[in-house]
Design a protein around this ligand. Structure first.
Ligand code: GUN
Length: 283
């Protein structure tokens, strides 16, 4: 079985971005700028944000984290976003989710200038994705598409099953696969016979958030399995798929950790550079 090495692929992409960022900075006189807004003290979010900051530094993107207290009023959080929208040195604004209880994340996401929406969560970017138009695309699904492309895995004409229908992963991933001419089925917690849907698939994408949810007996021999799960257990980080069991069945698979996760961060850097290019080309 081929292991789809996201860690190595992301490092390759970061190397390419480093050169592009340096050339762009020399030409336009400023580095690309990303701001991450972190509200409250969710421990998982703190780790994600630290990894994003490190990755930015590695490729020459100026990144800043705005830390706000969990009890910040909604209006003050909204004002913070509006100020960043007007800041000409900021190309990307990432509001780390989930927000603490009492804050309306959807309202905040819709306030972010779509040209700075490096998460691709704004309805303008999601709508453009649906229409097949150029846009900033959600990092995890776009990172997965980039990993498939780097390994020459072509979904055109293939039966693909996406398990999970979140706005962050499942829905945008299904749209990106459709754009690449896959025959897409989206499964979720209310799907009647998940097993029969998955067993016919050439590609299985698992984004359910349940450890070892996809097992060897569910998957067609030779299928490609992409594990989007990041489940923190007492035995460390585990995916949504039974990696060991699937080794004798799948033809290719992403590990956890070291699969989709690093590609998500690489895509955030790609999106920030794309947003920067858009902003400087308008100057
Ligand atoms: N929390 C978990 N994943 C993500 C993501 O992709 N973007 C943001 N903003 N928050 C997250």
């Amino acid at each position: 079985m081929l292991i789809l090495d996201g860690k190595m692929t992301a490092a390759t992409i970061r190397g390419e971005l480093r050169g592009q960022a340096a050339a762009l900075r020399a030409r336009h006189g400023r580095a690309p700028g990303l701001v991450v807004i972190l509200v409250g003290d969710n421990p998982a979010s703190q780790i994600y944000v630290r990894n994003k900051e490190r990755a930015c530094e590695d490729v020459g993107i100026a990144s800043r984290c705005i830390r706000l207290p969990a009890d910040i009023p909604q209006a003050q959080l909204e004002d913070t976003i509006l100020i960043l929208n007007r800041d000409p040195d900021i190309d990307g604004i990432l509001l780390q989710l989930p927000l603490p209880k009492g804050l309306d994340s959807q309202r905040c996401l819709e306030l972010i200038d779509p040209s700075k929406d490096v998460d691709g969560f704004h309805p303008m970017n999601m709508g453009r994705l649906t229409l097949g138009l150029p846009c900033l695309r959600s990092c995890t699904p776009a990172g997965i598409m980039s990993l498939l492309a780097r390994y020459d895995l072509n979904v055109a004409g293939k039966k693909v099953v996406v398990i999970g229908r979140s706005n962050i992963v499942g829905k945008p991933l299904a749209l990106m696969l459709l754009q690449k001419n896959a025959t897409v089925t989206i499964c979720h917690s209310k799907t009647n016979d998940l097993r029969s849907e998955v067993s016919g698939a050439d590609f299985v994408f698992a984004a359910v958030g349940i450890p070892k949810f996809v097992t060897a007996d569910m998957v067609k021999p030779g299928a490609v399995v992409i594990d989007v799960g990041i489940n923190r257990t007492e035995r460390g980080l585990v995916g949504d798929c039974d990696f060991a069991g699937l080794q004798g069945v799948a033809s290719a698979m992403t590990p956890v950790p070291g699969g989709v996760g690093p590609m998500t961060i690489a895509q955030l850097l790609v999106n920030t550079l794309d947003a920067y290019v858009e902003h400087v080309s308008g100057c």
